[in-house]
Design a protein around this ligand. Structure first.
Ligand SMILES: [Zn+2]
Length: 479
C-alpha cells in the first residue's frame, strides 16, 4: 500500500516537515494553520472559529449557492448554520444567484456581490465547492486590499471536487477567458467526511480528474524550466504529492464507494494540490496543456451559452489527450532534424493567427484581444530565449527521460479514471463535447495564455499537428 508522505491533517508537524523541503517559500506568511479531515468535523466548526479568533460578538457571513445538499438525513446548509447559531454566533446567510445557464460562475459580478456584504466586523464561512469558495475567497481578498482590514475566512468544503480550497489563487472569468488572479488562503479548512461522502459522486470523480492534470502539468513545468521560461522550478510539488497515481489507483474502489477513509485521503490529496500552487503563487505545477485545453472548451461553452462540464472531469479527459501528445512527441521528436531558424515565427504572423482563430468563435474579437494580450508576451519571451532552445536541442537525450518520468501513458490515466467511475471519452462527458469542439481546443489552447506547454513547442517546431490530433483523438476515445 502506498502512503501519503506528508499528511496535512498533522497540521503543526506537517508545516514543520514541509518547511524543510527544497523550494518551500520560507519568507511567506501562511495564515492557513488548521486543516481538519474527520468524521463529524461539522460539529467542530465552533471550535475552529474560536481558534481562528472569531469572537461571538462578530457576525458570520455564510456564503453558499442555491443547490440543496445533504449530510445523512439532514439538509447540509441549514445544519451548518444551526451549528454556528447554537454555539452563539449571529449568522447571515448569503446565497449566490445562478446565471442564464443555471450555473454560478466565478466572475466579478458575483465577487462584488459578496464583497458588498463584508465589513471589518464580520467573519466569513464559505459553504460550497470550488466556485463558491473561489468567489468568497476573492471577495475577502479584494476587501482586505481595499480597506486594509483583515477578515477571518473559513472554508467548509462540500465536495472533493477541485484543488481550490487551499489555494491562494482565484480563477476568474474575464471576457470569457479564465485568468488566475492572486488571492488569499483561508484561515482554516474544514473537511467533514460525511459531507464529502454524501456529495454527488460526479463531483468526487471530478476531484480525481483535476489531480490527473499532474501527469501533463509537471512535465510541462519541467519543459518550461528547460526552455528558460520559469525561475522557480523545484521538486517541492512532486515531493508533496507523493505517489499520487498509485494512491488513486489503490483507493479507486473505496473512493467510488464513498468510504470515509478514502474521502479523507482524496480531500488531503486535493488540499496538497491546492497548497502546491499556493506555495508557488502560481498554478503552473498542476496546470499545463491539459488545463488550457479545458479553458478553451469552457470558452466555447460560454460563447454558445452551453453549461460547463464539471471542471475536473473535463480536465481528466484533456489530461488523457495531453498525455497522448507527450507520448507521440517523446517517441518521434528528433532534435537533429530541427531547423532552428524556422522555429521563431514573427509577431505579426502570430497576431493574425490568434485573431483569426478566435474570430471564428467570437466575432466581437474580445476573446481574440484578451488572448493576444497574453500570448504576445510568451512569443516575445520565446524569441528572447532562443539560446535556451538551442541548448535544449543539444541536451535532448538527458531531457527526454526527465519528461518521460513526469508523465504517464494515456491508457494508464484512463484506467485510473475509469476505476473511480469517470467517463471514458468526450461523448460521455456531461454535457458531451463533439470532435470539432475538442479539436479546436487541442490545436488552439496554446494561443490563450502566456504559460508555455508542450502545445506551444509543437507550434514552434512546426509539428504536423493535424496528423498528431488524428492520432491522439483516435487512440484515446474508445471505451
Ligand atoms: Zn483544475
Amino acid at each position: 500500500m502506498s502512503q501519503l508522505p506528508y499528511d496535512p491533517a498533522e497540521n503543526e508537524v506537517f508545516w514543520e516537515r514541509i518547511r524543510q523541503l527544497p523550494g518551500f517559500p520560507k519568507e511567506d506568511a501562511i495564515p492557513l494553520r488548521q486543516m481538519i479531515f474527520e468524521p463529524g468535523a461539522i460539529f467542530r466548526l465552533p471550535e475552529i472559529l474560536r481558534s481562528a479568533e472569531v469572537r461571538f460578538s462578530i457576525p458570520v457571513l455564510a456564503v453558499m449557492d442555491a443547490t440543496p445538499m445533504r449530510r445523512g438525513d439532514d439538509s447540509l446548509k441549514p445544519l451548518v448554520i444551526r451549528v454556528l447559531r447554537q454555539a452563539g454566533w449571529e449568522v447571515e446567510p448569503f446565497v449566490l444567484e445562478a446565471d442564464a445557464t443555471g450555473q454560478v460562475h466565478t466572475d466579478m459580478p458575483h465577487i462584488e456581490a459578496v464583497k458588498a456584504r463584508l465589513s471589518p466586523e464580520k467573519a466569513v464561512v464559505s459553504i460550497g465547492s470550488g466556485v463558491v469558495t473561489d468567489i468568497t475567497k476573492h471577495a475577502c481578498y479584494l476587501f482586505e486590499m481595499e480597506t486594509k482590514h483583515p477578515i477571518r475566512f473559513i472554508v467548509y468544503q462540500t465536495a472533493n471536487s477541485v484543488s481550490a480550497y487551499t489555494s491562494n489563487l482565484a480563477p476568474v472569468f474575464i471576457e470569457g477567458v479564465k485568468r488566475t488572479l492572486p488571492s488569499r488562503y483561508p484561515d482554516a479548512l474544514v473537511c467533514d467526511l460525511e459531507t464529502l461522502r454524501d456529495a454527488p459522486l460526479d463531483m468526487t470523480i471530478a476531484g480525481v480528474g483535476d489531480l490527473l492534470a499532474a501527469f501533463v502539468a509537471l512535465a510541462d513545468w519541467y519543459l518550461a524550466d528547460q526552455l528558460g521560461f520559469v525561475d522557480n522550478y523545484s521538486p517541492l510539488a512532486e515531493l508533496l504529492m507523493g505517489p499520487l497515481d498509485e494512491l488513486l489507483l489503490e483507493q479507486a474502489e473505496a473512493i467510488r464507494n464513498g468510504s470515509l477513509e478514502a474521502m479523507a485521503l482524496l480531500a488531503k490529496l486535493i488540499s496538497l494540490g491546492g497548497l502546491v500552487m499556493s506555495l508557488y503563487h502560481d498554478t503552473t505545477p498542476l496546470s499545463g496543456y491539459e488545463h488550457v485545453m479545458s479553458h478553451v472548451l469552457d470558452l466555447q461553452s460560454e460563447l454558445t451559452g452551453r453549461p460547463f462540464a464539471l471542471h475536473g472531469t473535463q480536465v481528466a479527459l484533456t489530461s488523457i489527450l495531453g498525455a497522448a501528445a507527450y507520448q507521440q512527441f517523446l517517441e518521434h521528436f528528433e532534435p537533429d532534424a530541427v531547423a532552428v531558424n524556422d522555429c521563431f515565427p514573427p509577431q505579426d504572423a502570430m497576431q493574425q493567427m490568434v485573431f483569426s482563430t478566435f474570430h471564428a468563435i467570437d466575432p466581437s474579437d474580445k476573446a481574440g484581444q484578451e488572448c493576444w494580450s497574453d500570448y504576445r508576451l510568451k512569443l516575445q519571451k520565446w524569441h528572447d530565449r532562443r539560446g535556451k532552445f538551442e541548448v535544449f536541442l543539444k541536451n535532448w537525450s538527458a531531457i527526454k527521460p526527465e519528461l518521460t518520468s513526469r508523465t504517464r501513458s494515456p491508457d494508464y490515466l484512463k484506467r485510473i479514471f475509469a476505476a473511480v467511475g469517470g467517463p471514458c471519452n468526450f461523448a460521455q462527458l456531461a454535457p458531451p463535447a463533439d470532435e470539432e469542439t475538442v479539436r479546436f481546443a487541442f490545436l488552439n489552447a496554446p494561443l490563450i495564455r502566456k504559460r508555455i506547454t508542450l502545445g506551444d513547442l509543437l507550434i514552434f517546431l512546426r509539428w504536423d499537428r493535424e496528423k498528431l490530433w488524428q492520432r491522439v483523438w483516435h487512440s484515446t476515445q474508445s471505451c
